[in-house]
Design a protein around this ligand. Structure first.
Ligand code: NAD
Ligand code: UGA
Length: 466
């Protein structure tokens, strides 16, 4: 490269591409690294170039504003960006296949393949291509075959899965537990490519946290990490059901169990069910991989993680209905939280979609409040889930501007996302505006049940004895 900066492109300006590139830009100088974030969506790129970024992530706006136009650029000129770059991250979406062989479990690699073909068509100098998207094991092989068959130059392929969680993306990227780089360590060019990417991260990540493996280990480790995390949530959620029936308190059990250093305290918070764009998709992907290798018992083991999650959402809805004397028809229910977790406006696979969908089937009237999810997103999710038009749903659904407004004249409050403001709400005031008996169903176990009962609420918290 001589004395010029390393040119980095990222195909895909989503939840991963945007924040990851913003952090790299903030941690490097314009003389060392220049970055182009590329996307086919003009709307998304326009938003990245505006005052209102396309996604909410704490700390991200400051980072983008600090680097944009300096060493961070957002553009739809994909071909030019590819030609210009030395190193290209592929951070496009890899959803679950909706039709054909493997529908409902295999990963849909349409976007990854399209990105590979775009790279092959445009590249006229050697490139390092980095798989950032979460992909099935051996996808790098397919990428390589496409690039070799259709390209005019040489390509080195690396796997560099992303472990950030939404809501804490900036912190996770700035202080990662590890950075995983899979490459061909048997060849000089492979080792050089791994070193180039290692040096990029070494601008701020201690070298001992940068792990080099073979490509297949790296690809599989990402699926396994997500499967293990989701399995912990399903494990604690399965025990939450036992607590409710046996007199134990789930948070006490989680604390006691998590203090064992071998188990650890993280990811043991019971909930109405995990959501997010990746846990279910990646486990299904793992299940499909196992099945295709004939490992059906292993596939069944991981499938049960999703089965418990579906059951948890169903179980919570049934509990609400049971509490409301088995009828929710025309009862106003305040839904607090719609995002799949706090500190994000993302609703992909949010448990709230299923719980609200189930309650709408019972003809309940929902008043929904979430501090960050855009109204349009809620309508899109519910019309899709319920297979009804927005006009049809409008009779049953209203969107509120605050938790207090949602709860006014309602029969029940249902907490579906653990936003901090729901912990500190003035529940005594809220109670006064509600119908009697006033119910509260806490799907995140964040409220003080004793205090709420003293106010007069009839309470149910997931994982607490009924
Ligand atoms: P996303 O849907 O938010 O973003 C993907 C972007 O890629 C979209 O803006 C889309 O327009 C763009 N795109 C698709 N094909 C393209 C093409 N050929 N050329 C240019 N742009 C194209 O997805 P995401 O949440 O950022 O996830 C991306 C990948 O990272 C997935 O494989 C996911 O599993 C993985 N991942 C996601 C997270 C997360 O927290 N969301 C964390 C770790 C890993
Ligand atoms: C998850 C992983 O944590 C990331 O490491 C990974 O990179 C990412 O998936 C991905 O590959 O997409 P994310 O889905 O953004 O990140 O958020 P998490 O914090 O993992 O939460 C996922 C779901 O599990 C949420 O619905 C959350 O509320 C739920 N959860 C999490 C619990 O119910 N209990 C817990 O103890 C932890």
């Amino acid at each position: 490269l001589g004395s010029r900066p390393l040119r980095v492109a990222c195909i895909g300006a989503g939840y991963v591409g945007g924040p990851t590139m913003a952090v790299i830009a903030s941690k490097t100088s314009p003389d060392a690294v220049q970055i182009q974030v590329l996307d086919i969506s003009e709307e998304r790129i326009a938003a990245w170039n505006s005052d209102r970024l396309p996604l909410y992530e704490p700390g991200l706006t400051e980072l983008v504003f600090g680097s944009r136009g300096r060493n961070l650029h957002f553009s739809t000129a994909i071909e030019d960006g590819i030609k210009w770059a030395d190193l290209i991250f592929v951070a496009v979406n890899t959803p679950t296949k909706e039709c054909g062989i493997g529908a409902g479990s295999a990963a849909d690699l349409t976007y990854v393949e399209l990105a590979a073909r775009q790279i092959a068509a445009a590249a006229d100098t050697p490139k390092i291509v980095v798989e950032k998207s979460t992909v099935p094991i051996r996808t790098a092989e397919a990428l390589g075959a496409i690039l070799e068959a259709c390209g005019r130059t040489s390509f080195e392929i690396l796997s560099n899965p992303e472990f950030l969680a939404e809501g804490t993306a900036v912190r996770d990227l700035c202080e990662p537990d590890r950075v995983l780089i899979g490459g061909n360590l048997e060849t000089d060019s492979g080792r050089r490519a791994v070193e180039t990417l290692t040096e990029l991260y070494a601008h701020w990540v201690p070298r001992e946290r940068i792990l080099a493996t073979n490509v297949w280990s790296s690809e599989l480790s990402k699926l396994v990490a997500n499967a293990f995390l989701a399995q912990r949530v399903s494990s604690i959620n399965s025990i939450s059901a036992l607590c409710e029936l046996s007199g134990a308190e789930i948070d006490e059990v989680a604390r006691a169990v998590g203090l064992d250093a071998r188990i650890g305290p993280h990811f043991l918070k019971c909930s109405v069910g995990f959501g997010g764009s990746c846990f279910q998709k990646d486990i299904l992907n793992l299940v499909y991989l196992c099945e295709s290798f004939g490992l059906n018992t292993v596939a069944d083991y991981w499938r049960s993680v999703i089965a418990i999650n579906d059951w948890q959402k169903q179980r919570f809805t049934a509990r609400i209905l049971h509490g409301l004397y088995n009828t929710a028809t025309n009862k106003k229910i305040a839904i607090l939280g719609f995002a799949f977790k706090k500190d994000t406006g993302d609703t992909r696979e949010s448990a709230a979609i299923d719980v609200c969908g189930n309650l709408l089937q019972e003809c309940a009237k929902l008043s929904i409040y979430d501090p960050k999810v855009p109204a349009e997103q809620i309508w899109t999710d519910l019309t899709r889930r319920c297979r009804r038009t927005r006009d049809e749903l409008a009779h049953y659904v209203t969107l509120a501007e605050s938790a207090e407004e949602a709860a006014m004249n309602s029969h029940a409050i249902v907490i579906l996302t653990e936003w901090d403001e729901f912990r500190t709400l003035d529940y005594a005031k809220v109670y006064k505006g509600m119908c009697r008996p006033a119910f509260l169903f806490d799907g995140r176990s964040i409220c003080d049940m004793k205090a709420l009962s003293q106010i007069g609420f009839v309470c149910y918290a997931i994982g607490s004895p009924v």
